[in-house]
Design a binder for this molecule. Structure first.
Ligand code: ZN
Length: 311
């Protein structure tokens, strides 16, 4: 093997077999592959970062697939059926025909009524989120469009906006969506994904529980169906109000749904919790849910329900 201070030639055949080339015959043999330098020579500054979001790892089974493969499978793990958390944009794309819909009441914005400060002032927090995610106006979006040709109003939460928390804007959008349903005689689907009430709005947030629940009785009087789809996670004020008030309460597989979290319940009851506690399958078994729907069947199922309620 010929060695030089900064230039090393290495015969791949011999590297693989672990032998040193010694005979003239070996030397004469045509070298198809030659490594010119040993080791990784790219300097750190020249290394290319893998673009973020190109690959996705399943938190449940560690299966790795491309982000595109995951998107085609509606953000459901192809191996273990784990339902990844998605936002309103993705749900609308899954549900509405040709991804065509009209967003309603997008102009309503949260304000800091109380001058509330937790780790940072609420007003500053809102400005930061609006700057970072201009497409999210608040923790809920409302849209109207067609699901397999049937018109429906879909209100969907965005967990990325302060944990999908229920504040005065969500309450107002929710209520106006009910009015819109009554005016246009449309069914109402709400997709929940929330940590509960928005503490920065304090009592204003809690008032939304009564406001939204009251609105639902108007929808019921108008004999229009209300479907509540609970996704991972749905907690606090949502499960204590409109989340569980659907004509049908349905959920995605494996979604965590409850009022208080398991740690709090365990501390309060001083008892070990049963396996699968607060998972949608557990809730179904104990009569809290009507059925569990796989995201890949969601669109057809919603369409089927609209038709059923219509007749
Ligand atoms: Zn998986």
């Amino acid at each position: 093997m010929k060695k030089d201070k900064d230039f090393i030639k290495e015969d791949f055949d011999h590297s693989l077999s672990g032998e040193e080339p010694n005979s003239a015959h070996e030397e004469a043999k045509a070298k198809w592959f030659q490594r010119l330098r040993k080791g990784i020579t790219t300097s750190t500054s020249d290394k290319k970062e893998t673009p973020e979001g190109l690959w996705s790892k399943c938190p449940e089974c560690s299966y790795i697939c491309t982000a595109n493969e995951l998107k085609v499978n509606r953000f459901v793990c192809p191996k273990c059926n784990y339902h990844h958390r998605i936002g309103s944009h993705e749900y609308y794309e899954i549900l509405f025909d040709n991804n065509q819909y009209e967003e309603l009441f997008g102009n309503i914005r949260s304000t800091d009524h109380l001058g509330f400060t937790d780790l940072k002032p609420y007003g500053k927090r809102l400005n930061e989120i609006h700057a970072k995610k201009p497409e999210l106006h608040d923790s809920m979006k409302v849209a109207v469009g067609k699901v397999n040709g049937e018109m429906i109003v879909v209100a969907c939460m965005d967990f990325e906006f302060i944990g999908g928390s229920l504040g005065s804007v969500m309450g107002e959008k929710y209520s106006r969506a009910v009015d819109y349903c009554i005016e246009h005689k449309l069914p109402y689907l709400v997709i929940s994904k929330s940590g509960g009430a928005r503490m920065m709005e304090s009592a204003f947030s809690l008032m939304q529980l009564a406001k939204t629940s009251g609105k639902l009785s108007q929808l019921s009087d108008a004999k229009l169906p209300y479907i509540s789809l609970l996704t991972d996670p749905t907690f606090g004020g949502i499960s204590a109000s409109f989340g569980m008030l659907g004509d049908l309460n349905i959920a995605e597989p494996g979604a965590l749904i409850g009022f208080a979290g398991p740690r709090v319940i365990k501390e309060a009851t001083k008892k070990d919790l049963p396996p699968g506690f607060q998972k949608s399958e557990f809730l179904l078994e104990h009569g809290f849910l009507d059925f569990i729907v796989d995201r890949n069947q969601l669109k057809d199922k919603i369409h089927q329900l609209i038709i059923l309620f219509k007749h």
